[in-house]
Design a protein around this ligand. Structure first.
Ligand SMILES: *[C@@H]1O[C@H](CO)[C@@H](O)[C@H](O)[C@H]1NC(C)=O
Ligand SMILES: *[C@@H]1O[C@H](CO)[C@@H](O)[C@H](O)[C@H]1NC(C)=O
Ligand SMILES: *[C@@H]1O[C@H](CO)[C@@H](O)[C@H](O)[C@H]1NC(C)=O
Ligand SMILES: *[C@@H]1O[C@H](CO)[C@@H](O)[C@H](O)[C@H]1NC(C)=O
Length: 461
């Protein structure tokens, strides 16, 4: 019941007058003797502060009405103990002189700290004249679902509400929806530093089964005979001469050693800012690399060196260390972005090291992409936030899912000790070397080498 009363108050936001006052940023402190404190610093003019604190969306919310500032701040002290990954929603009403201002923030606890995952600017609100008006407001059920405008923009340019589901695929149909997803079809060996794979739309490389999308890398059976021709199916845009066909006796000496798939929503769905959640099992096997990413619509899925937002990746290798001994195997999860600056990659990445390979199980991988911040989560645990120096990334993006092999950024030679990789990125015929050393890597591939996606959902932020 108490919850309802406050939602009533918060619903009364009717004028967004912008005045000089802005609610100061909220401080948070964990107390040793179980409990926590939230506060805002005092400012001349603040008369009263009302807090509503909601933990993991449970009701009733904790409420506190503060009428005096103590030691220069307006503090609410709570006995409730908070754990890592608890979500705390803080809503605040501040009376500043005769005006009421409102602000709310959603935060996640991590190592006794609060990480902001969503916040709204403070704004002035007006109160109803009496109880009756408030009742009237609450009466129709749908009023409780008032739209808070989101910063998210979808492909069509339609306005969205915060939290609104704007894209979903559960892969629950018998087949991949071909109007939503398009295949990238071409070989990726064309550049001496590129990937050792051809992407194709063959059913064995990508299919939907029992509500899950499978993307399966398969070792080619014969790579030295005949030529490789994709013909009209080829989707290469920049270098079709090299990417669509490999002539017999060509520079590469072989056809692509591995076939796999990459699919994208470039023609059907794009968005700017939002929260994307992918429930997936990443591929396991040496030199495999998953793509769960977003890419600007001004580029094609096939574009060289396009900037990318990486929702999550972990290398397929069960064991892989850098020269310095850092674990970069599939136990190490990464997310963030890549941009290109004068032809050089600039990566802004956050990571999380686990005791198990990310390909052992399904996990929920989340990226919250906001105007000035990117939050990365796995299974609802925040493992990284990027804001400082976040490169310009404010174009509508589409979704790409795929599994590749090698790649000069994915497996950077300079990170690894000599002879760890069965080929060098800079080697002119890297794919041939890779193929010749297949006894070293092919046995590490198997059923676990598929990337399996249970669902993907995008919400407005
Ligand atoms: C205010 O601050 C002083 C000095 O830090 C401290 O001794 C006092 O206990 C504080 N008062 C309250 C009510 O917390
Ligand atoms: C996808 O799955 C969720 C959870 O089972 C369900 O609520 C939703 O309706 C499904 N969406 C579609 C389009 O099937
Ligand atoms: C494929 O997706 C489109 C757009 O999301 C939808 O309208 C259509 O019904 C889907 N087709 C099938 C067979 O599910
Ligand atoms: C991932 O999301 C699903 C619902 O989509 C949920 O049932 C499951 O508990 C989540 N897993 C984790 C580890 O958070």
């Amino acid at each position: 019941m108490r919850c309802k009363t406050l939602s009533c108050l918060l619903l009364l936001i009717s004028s967004y007058a912008t005045l000089g006052f802005k609610i100061p940023s909220i401080d948070f402190e964990m107390l040793d003797e179980q409990g926590f404190e939230v506060s805002i610093p005092d400012e001349p003019g603040i008369q009263r502060v009302f807090y509503m604190l909601q933990i993991d969306d449970t009701c009733p919310a904790l409420m506190d009405y503060i009428t005096v500032a103590v030691n220069g701040s307006w503090v609410s002290r709570q006995k409730m103990s908070l754990q890592n990954n608890d979500k705390l929603q803080i809503s605040l009403l501040v009376q500043y002189n005769e005006e009421i201002f409102e602000k709310s923030e959603t935060r996640v606890i991590l190592n006794k700290r609060l990480l902001t995952t969503r916040d709204s600017n403070s704004r002035s609100i007006s109160f109803p004249s009496g109880e009756g008006e408030c009742q009237a407001f609450l009466a129709p059920q749908q009023q409780a679902k008032r739209c808070k405008p989101a910063q998210t923009i979808v492909g069509s340019g339609r306005r969205t509400c915060q939290g609104e589901l704007i894209f979903e695929d559960n892969f629950s149909e018998a087949q991949l929806n071909k109007s939503t997803w398009k295949h990238d079809i071409r070989q990726r060996m064309y550049h001496v530093e590129e990937e050792l794979v051809a992407f194709d739309d063959a059913a064995r490389n990508s299919f939907v089964k029992e509500g899950e999308l499978h993307i399966v890398p398969i070792v080619a059976s014969e790579v030295t005979e005949g030529s490789f021709k994709l013909g009209d199916r080829c989707t290469a845009v920049e270098s079709p001469d090299q990417e669509c066909n490999v002539a017999q006796g060509s520079f590469y000496s072989i056809k692509p050693p591995v076939f796999s798939a990459q699919i994208h929503t470039r023609d059907s769905f794009s968005f700017k800012f939002g929260k994307i959640v992918v429930r997936a099992k990443l591929p396991k096997g040496d030199w495999l690399f998953p793509y769960l990413m977003l890419q600007p619509v001004s580029t094609y899925a096939e574009t060289h060196y396009a900037k990318q937002l990486r929702i999550a990746y972990a290398r397929g290798n069960a064991y892989l260390r850098t020269k310095q001994g850092d674990d970069i195997s599939g136990n190490h999860l990464y997310g963030g972005g890549v941009v290109w600056h004068h032809g050089n990659p600039v990566q802004f990445i956050k990571d999380r090291l686990s005791t198990t390979h990310y390909g052992d199980d399904f996990h929920n991988y989340t990226m919250i992409w906001q105007r000035d911040k990117i939050t990365l989560m796995v299974d609802d645990e925040v493992y990284g936030e990027l804001y400082d120096g976040l490169p310009f990334f404010s174009e509508k993006c589409f979704i790409i899912f795929g599994v590749t092999v090698g790649g000069f950024l994915n497996f950077d030679d300079s990170l690894l000790a000599k002879d760890v990789k069965p080929y060098k990125n800079k080697e002119p015929r890297a794919a041939l070397s890779f193929w010749q050393h297949r006894d070293a890597w092919a046995p590490t591939w198997g059923r676990q080498s598929a990337m399996i996606i249970d669902y993907v959902r995008v919400y407005a932020e």
